[in-house]
Design a protein around this ligand. Sequence first.
Ligand code: FES
Length: 114
Amino acid sequence: MDGRATEPFIPVARLSDLDERGRLVVRVEGTPVAILRIAGQLYAMQDTCPHRGGPLSEGDVDGYLVHCPLHAWPFDVRTGACPSNAGVRLRIYAVRVVGEEIQVAPFSDRVSAP
Ligand code: FES
């Protein structure tokens, strides 16, 4: 991850909005974005699977991989990469917490393949 966000951070939620699994879906410019807490860190990625639209926020987590609940494609929350499908990549977002507020910003080079 190169750490460069392309746009200013946008407040999207509060830490208290995360569910008991540390998950939340918000909308960023009309796009559903999944926020997940893994190993104490928050990650944000597009919630809609590029395969057939499964809700990734409902997927099982194994390490840093989230498995789509529909057909189990894995996605790395740190990079958006899909290890089983080279060339498929999710849009991911930088996440920061300011006080209790969760803020996200898109990365420039992390765009999903349709
Ligand atoms: S919809 Fe996600 S793997 Fe098929």
